[in-house]
Design a protein around this ligand. Structure first.
Ligand code: ZN
Length: 270
């Protein structure tokens, strides 16, 4: 499942091709991809409009037509990319949009990816938590908001209505840097570790964006480009290997139904 850095990478990679291009047509092979709108809705609302901006909000890619927003959630296997021509026999294409001389392709082998049409960001803003790369995500914010909850820290970090964009990989990485055990109860974590957690989240996400995200499965973000943050992972997917800080063996447990990797020696509850 792509997380914040991967979604940011996709948004940036398609933006340069789509800015100021005008919408011409849409072709849908898998109708369930359209979540909260119909094909005729889309044609009616987007007809004649041009792309003003493309950006990320949480794990959504937002194609902003000024009057209306198209939000794309890639889910497990969705790939969104721009090409100059389309091969009609290409497998797994759920839908494509034509913009002047470009095609925006949505390819999705498992078909969980969804497109939403919104008039503005209100709906997403109401259900999504703080953006971890915004200025509001400060040390003060983390001390106040994590301390006031009695939740397992790993599940709290995965809760998109609390902080958005962090998934399994970056939650494990950030907790390793902050030396926090993934099962720690949020209210009991010492302040110095929470402050370290805030800087770790920002560092891990920003560094991954710089490297084009992590590719663990077959997820590629652009034709030729594969993110290489995987080379930088300190704890995720390293169970049975030595901790890079203390040489203890990294363990893997289940937290919130997700495989969770941690060092039993240097990540503690205290
Ligand atoms: Zn360790």
């Amino acid at each position: 499942m792509p997380e914040l850095p991967e979604v940011e990478t996709v948004a940036k990679s398609i933006e340069k091709h789509l800015i100021a291009k005008s919408f011409k047509s849409i072709h849908v092979n898998w109708i369930k991809t359209l979540d909260n709108f119909s094909l005729s809705d889309f044609k009616h609302k987007v007809k004649g409009l041009s792309v003003a901006r493309v950006y990320r909000r949480a794990k959504y890619i937002i194609i902003d037509f000024n009057e209306v927003l198209l939000a794309v959630h890639l889910r497990m296997t969705g790939k969104l990319y721009v090409v100059n021509s389309i091969k009609p026999d290409q497998k797994h294409i759920s839908l494509f949009l034509k913009f002047d001389n470009k095609y925006l392709i949505f390819e999705d082998t498992r078909k969980f990816g969804r497109f939403y049409l919104f008039d503005n960001l209100d709906y997403l803003n109401n259900k999504l938590g703080i953006e971890p790369l915004s200025n509001n995500f400060s040390k003060e914010w983390i001390l106040e908001n994590i301390k006031s909850k009695n939740r397992q820290i790993k599940s709290l970090l995965l809760d998109q209505s609390f902080i958005c964009g962090i998934g399994n990989i970056y939650a494990d990485e950030s907790l390793w840097f902050a030396k926090i055990h993934p099962l720690s109860i949020s209210s009991a974590i010492p302040n110095n570790k929470l402050i370290k957690l805030q800087t770790s989240i920002v560092k891990v996400l920003s560094e991954s964006i710089k490297r084009g995200g992590t590719t663990i499965r077959d997820y590629t973000y652009d034709f030729s480009y594969v993110g290489n943050y995987a080379l930088n992972l300190k704890v995720f997917n390293r169970s049975g290997k030595k901790c890079l800080r203390c040489k203890s063996i990294i363990l893997k447990i289940k937290v919130a139904q997700r495989g969770t990797h941690y060092c039993p020696n240097c990540q503690t509850n205290k």
